[in-house]
Design a protein around this ligand. Structure first.
Ligand code: GLY
Length: 346
């Protein structure tokens, strides 16, 4: 297994290192390190007592303007300056929020990502996207701010609640659906064996390739990582970031987008079945009553960052192939949501 990955970006490069538990905090100085985490993580991981720590409530609703402002004030009150390093210790919410604070505090300070959830290890800690949600949409305010370093310790996943581990599997399986034919089988074998180090290394390798080809999501290449996200983000936003975890919403989003892909002829009925059954077999949801609100969801899809007067989605072809498709007809989305609902609502 590869134990590190180097990711090049416009301003330099950073490494994603696989480390032991005892190495998670090595090398940080108490003068310059500012660690942001959440209450769940703080009870499970022993943070060195000498570090300055801001502990926030867990959950997506923390990724807000209110908590962003609280982070900035905490940094100011505790003397953070341009030489400081912000350490984001937590899942995707903490990584995105603390990362956005790092990107903007004094016009940008160093960021170290220490992801503690599977989802954050395989997706949000790598690639430099940071940001917060607003009532108008998920990740609507943010920046590209690559970290100085990412440290991953798969051992921390042992204390992750089962629901949160499954949540990460949605993003893991997504790589199997969109990239490299054959990857899906390997990922499923490692998941079955509980070999999350191999799972994380393979997904990070995929993500590293994509973000290096299209760092700022301008060519359409990086948009493939958004398979399931146009619909998934709309569901999350519609539910005010409650009820479903991000990966769960993305799982439903992948099913809906794959259904649309089949209608548009980019994928076969067999591919749709593979996607749906794979997600279901890993305990992920494939439907939610919120899908009944097609008008509201379509309105939110129009506010997606990939939208440009039309709704655009990253759709799969065969397993392992994905591309951005522009101008998905609204009546087709509406009809598909209706049909999926009819099949699943009892
Ligand atoms: N999570 C999708 C991306 O980083 O582009």
């Amino acid at each position: 297994m590869k134990t590190s990955e180097t990711i090049n970006h416009q301003r330099g490069s950073y490494s994603v290192q696989f480390v032991e538990l005892g190495e998670l905090f090595s090398g940080f100085s108490k003068e310059s390190a500012y660690l942001i985490t959440d209450q769940n993580v703080a009870t499970k991981i022993q943070i060195p007592a000498e570090l300055k720590v801001l502990t926030l409530p867990p959950g997506e609703t923390t990724k807000s303007l209110e908590f962003y402002s609280l982070c900035l004030d905490w940094l100011s009150k505790n003397g953070a300056n341009r030489k400081s390093t912000i350490i984001a210790l937590g899942g995707g919410v903490i990584g995105d929020l603390a990362g956005f604070a790092a990107a903007t505090y004094m016009r940008g300070v160093a960021l170290v990502m220490i992801p503690t959830s599977l989802l954050a290890m395989v997706d949000s800690s790598v690639g430099g996207k940071v940001g917060i949600d607003t009532e108008f949409g998920k990740n609507l305010v943010g920046s590209f701010w690559p970290p100085k370093e990412v440290r991953i310790c798969p051992q921390v996943l042992e204390s992750l609640p089962k629901r949160h581990l499954r949540n990460g599997l949605a993003e893991v399986l997504k790589y199997g659906f969109i990239m490299v034919p054959g990857l899906l089988q390997s990922l499923q074998k490692w998941i079955k064996d509980g070999d999350y180090a191999s799972v994380a290394a393979a997904c990070i390798h995929c993500k590293a390739q994509v973000v290096q080809e299209d760092e700022f999501e301008t060519s359409g290449r990086r948009a493939i990582l958004n398979f399931g996200h146009t619909v998934g983000h709309a569901i999350e936003s519609h539910l005010h970031y409650q009820d479903l975890l991000h990966g769960e919403a993305i799982s439903i989003g992948m099913v809906v987008e794959c259904y649309l892909a089949e209608k548009l002829g980019t994928c076969s009925a067999e591919t749709f079945n593979v996607v749906q059954q794979t997600l279901q077999s890993h305990g992920l949801p494939i439907w939610h009553p919120a899908l009944a609100n097609s008008e509201g969801l379509i309105k939110l899809m129009k506010q997606d960052k990939k939208a440009d007067h039309t709704i655009n989605m990253s759709l799969i072809g065969d397993i392992g192939v994905c591309k951005l498709v522009r101008g998905i007809p609204e009546d087709l989305i509406k009809a598909s949501l209706f049909e999926i609902n009819k099949k699943n609502a009892s």
